[in-house]
Design a protein around this ligand. Structure first.
Ligand code: ATP
Ligand code: MG
Ligand code: MG
Length: 396
């Protein structure tokens, strides 16, 4: 038997896959719960001896309970899990859960998350809850309080901006279109944040509540999907002094209010006057921390495992002056363009291609990423130019 505790992961996608690499280095047995025998995470790590990775939905109560019996600590690679079952599993003493189910539940509801942060003095964009099945009048009322444009957001099950609908006017047709797009989900509204950059900070927290942040990064989105990440964050001009450390302090302060151990991704908006607004927190490894594998002393994935197992946290410092991460997004039905993007980076010094082993390529699906490390911003730009040329929709 392994002397290490066994970790169970709910979700077997690319984040789980990248957790398997440091797990193998540290000899941590992992069991991955997801539907399918060869999900991205299950491909890279043999299950602990005499067992197999469980095959079933990561939201299924019976599967979670079965997994909990075989593990010492359960963790998640996605926040859209069954927090009630996780809480029960922990209360019944079946298994420890990190981060705590209460934190996962809070973060799952983006309105409650925002309210929680605002109540603790964290700056966020103004926001307002909407009643269930809001009427046109309800939407007009929040728009008049928050101003236009206003962002209508689904409170739950949101990702890649799919639960967002920006509203430019309060004309009946526009409101109806927005509400239809968002469907039958609980909603809230956010005042528009006219940011100059989007920023993210990864923060690791151990069970004693010690928090350590990584350098802030600039995240470049297109159609609400992260495309490129630049580390460290650079911003010049009036009000931008010390923005990297201010972003880190804000992210650490926010994560310090939460319970449980693990890595957290903190998304922020950088405003024209240099101030920062917190957008949302993810209670798991995050796309804006993928560069930490090659660019930092300890990756976000390794620090997550260290945190949940009470191992000493690793240094979060950048190993290089400049780094970037470029997402490889899918093209409908075709694997060849995905491979071409990954391969375009192979001749570039300092570039590393990651493919997630997804069987099918779909439009805008995250299929892999490329990390680029460089000894200067100029060198980084040179490499980025070559890589972005192979990503037709980013080459401008
Ligand atoms: P994720 O995939 O990061 O979980 P999500 O679906 O939860 O995304 P948000 O992060 O809330 O959605 O929003 C997606 C993007 O929409 C943001 O990265 C930002 O570009 C834009 N956005 C969100 N809220 C606002 C706002 N209040 N004002 C302006 N733009 C916004
Ligand atoms: Mg989100
Ligand atoms: Mg987001």
């Amino acid at each position: 038997m392994s002397a290490r505790k066994t970790v169970g992961i709910l979700g077997g996608g690319q984040l789980g896959r990248m957790l398997t690499h440091p797990a193998a280095l540290l000899g941590i047995p992992l069991l991955i719960l997801d539907s399918g025998e060869y999900t991205p995470a299950k491909q890279t790590l043999l299950p602990p001896q005499f067992t197999s990775h469980p095959d079933g939905p990561f939201t299924s109560e019976s599967h979670i309970r079965e997994l909990a019996k075989q593990c010492d600590v359960l963790t998640v690679e996605i926040e859209h899990v069954n927090a009630d079952v996780l809480e029960a599993v922990e209360k019944e003493g079946l298994c420890e859960v990190q981060p705590s189910p209460g934190t996962i539940r809070l973060i799952q509801d983006k309105y409650l998350q925002k309210k929680y942060l605002a109540d603790r003095g964290i700056p966020v964009a103004p926001f307002q809850v909407l009643s269930a099945n809001p009427t046109e009048e309800d939407v007009k009322s929040v728009a008049s309080q928050l101003g236009l444009p206003v962002m209508l957001k689904a409170r739950t099950l949101a990702y890649d901006g799919r639960g967002n609908s920006p509203l430019q006017t309060t004309e009946s047709g526009d409101i109806a279109k927005s509400l239809k797009h968002l469907g039958d989900r609980p909603l809230y509204a956010e005042g528009w944040a006219p940011f100059v950059k989007e920023v993210a900070v990864m923060v690791v927290r151990n069970k004693q509540g010690e928090v350590r942040s990584y350098d802030a990064v600039e995240t470049v989105h297109r159609d609400s999907i992260l495309r490129v990440c630049l580390a460290p964050l650079r911003a010049s001009g009036k009000g931008m002094e010390g923005v990297n450390s201010r972003a880190r302090e804000l992210a650490e302060k926010a994560v310090a209010t939460l319970e449980g151990a693990g890595i957290f991704g903190v998304e922020m908006f950088l405003m024209a006057d240099g101030s920062l607004l917190l957008n949302e927190i993810a209670p798991r490894p995050h796309n804006s921390g993928h560069h930490t594998i090659e660019a930092c002393n300890t990756s976000q994935f390794e620090n997550h495992l260290r945190a949940i197992l009470s191992l000493p946290l690793g240094s979060t410092a950048l190993r290089v002056p400049s780094a970037a991460m470029i997402n490889i997004l899918g093209v409908d039905g075709e694997m060849a363009p995905v491979l071409a993007m990954a391969d375009s980076a192979l001749p570039v010094p300092g570039a590393t291609s990651h493919l997630y082993g997804k069987a099918e390529s779909r439009k805008a699906r995250k299929m892999g990423h490329i990390t680029l490390t460089a000894s200067s911003d100029a060198e980084l730009r040179l490499g980025l130019r070559t890589i972005l040329k192979a990503q037709p929709d980013l080459d401008d």
